[in-house]
Design a protein around this ligand. Structure first.
Ligand SMILES: C[S@@+](CC[C@H](N)C(=O)[O-])C[C@H]1O[C@@H](n2cnc3c(N)ncnc32)[C@H](O)[C@@H]1O
Length: 390
């Protein structure tokens, strides 16, 4: 997947941001003796203060941005998530959302729960981006029932863990990933260097430390031939193990692009799963104008499940997004919304198709529920429980 030749031109201001970030990355490469691990590069590209993609104030979401996510596509997504929350609210009255984007998921979940007379006591958002935090604040404070619950923004876990629900849509795939390559002798780590012309370039060196251990442990059953290269995330297990600091009894609902390990590391996928988005164009070159594009990689949900179990959590559910949404009443939400506003029927039906169809988001995105503390299974989690696929 090369960079498409006809990408829209970035503005001079955008080019200036990317140039400044590239300089910063080159300094980091020099400080790392000429080899910056890809994970460190991705952390800079997405989260460098004031310059990285998520922290430089650029427009990311929606038609004028770079990509759309399920809650941006339709409130039907949040209505189904709310149905699941309703059941999980038995464990506690707090919802904590990681990386809430423009706040649309929070708004649709809370609106649906308000309609069911089931607002939580608190909705807490952990958002790294100051401008997205402000966008969320404006949207949520304008909700007609905003003064009936506490809506707040946090930068770390509460002093005492809460009880209830964690929501994270497309967070796991934004956590910077390591990259590797297979050669005749074994595994190499992929990283970024600077070539003779001063440009950022891919490089490789023998894999060591945590990366080598993770490659040996996780990929033992995968038949990868020399030349194969892909990504392996070393941060997701730490993120999952940290969840009980936020909620010590309840359920974490995670939604992301990905699948079981054998699909992520299928021998035919020999170029990995890196995806970069700029103005709704998809390509696979993370070195193209750092800071202007989102960079993600598919989530190995087998690894997320293993990490959760190692951390003492329970794998309470795993299903395709379509199966999760159908089990949580998306059809009845759609019918009710169409009946309430017939003029929007076509638009709503089109939104539901994007969320559900296998050719759109229905099967490539997955939903996973992790139980934290003493919780029992979630009965309406999925129409088809696919935990056995992991
Ligand atoms: C692709 S966006 C998804 C936004 C939103 N959840 C949605 O579905 O529209 C990724 C989000 O993850 C956030 N993020 C990345 N790493 C994070 C972390 N460690 N903690 C919390 N948020 C994080 C980013 O700031 C960004 O808001």
């Amino acid at each position: 997947m090369d960079v498409p030749s006809r990408l829209p031109d970035p503005s001079p201001a955008e080019l200036a941001v990317s140039a400044a970030l590239s300089e910063r990355i080159k300094i980091a490469v020099a400080a790392a003796q000429g080899f910056l691990p890809f994970e460190a590069f991705m952390a800079e590209a997405l989260f460098a203060q004031g310059l990285g993609y998520y922290l430089n104030g650029s427009r990311k979401f929606g038609a004028a941005g770079d990509f759309v996510t399920a809650p941006e596509i339709s409130p039907l997504f949040g209505q189904a998530v709310a149905r699941q929350c309703l059941q999980a609210q038995a464990y506690g009255d707090t919802i904590i959302e990681f990386g809430g984007g423009t706040g649309k998921l929070a708004a649709s979940v809370l609106t649906a729960l308000a309609g069911l007379n089931a607002l939580p006591a608190r909705y807490l958002m952990l958002e790294l981006s100051p401008d997205l935090r402000e966008t969320q604040r404006q949207l949520l404070q304008a909700l007609p029932f905003a003064n009936e619950l506490e809506i707040d923004w946090i930068s770390d876990a509460p002093a005492t863990p809460a009880r209830g629900i964690i929501l994270a849509n497309e967070i796991l795939d934004a956590l910077p990933t390591a990259a590797f390559e297979r050669d005749d002798a074994g595994f190499l780590e992929r990283g970024i260097g600077v070539d003779d012309n001063g440009a950022l370039r891919w490089q490789a060196r023998p894999a060591g430390g945590r990366l080598a251990a993770a490659l040996t442990e996780r990929l033992a059953g995968c038949s990868l031939t020399p030349g194969y290269h892909a990504e392996i995330n070393l941060q997701q297990s730490l993120w999952v193990a940290d969840l009980p600091r936020f909620i010590d009894r309840g359920v974490a609902l995670l939604f992301d692009y990905g699948g079981p390990r054998r699909e992520i590391y299928h021998p035919d996928r020999h170029d990995g799963t890196l995806r970069c988005y700029w103005r709704h164009r998809l390509h696979a070159d993370p070195l193209w104008l750092p800071g202007l594009q989102d960079i993600t990689a598919s989530v190995d949900f087998t690894h997320v499940a293993e990490a959760a179990i190692d951390a003492g959590l329970q794998l309470a559910g795993y299903a395709t997004q379509a199966s999760f949404l159908l089990a949580n009443g998306i059809e009845s939400h759609l019918q009710a919304a169409m009946a309430a506003d017939p003029a929007s029927a076509m638009r709503l039906a089109a939104q539901a198709r994007v969320l559900l169809l296998p050719s759109e988001m229905g099967t490539s995105f997955k939903a996973m529920a992790l139980g934290i503390g003493d919780v029992t299974g979630l009965t309406n989690f999925a129409l088809r429980d696919e935990r056995h696929q992991l």
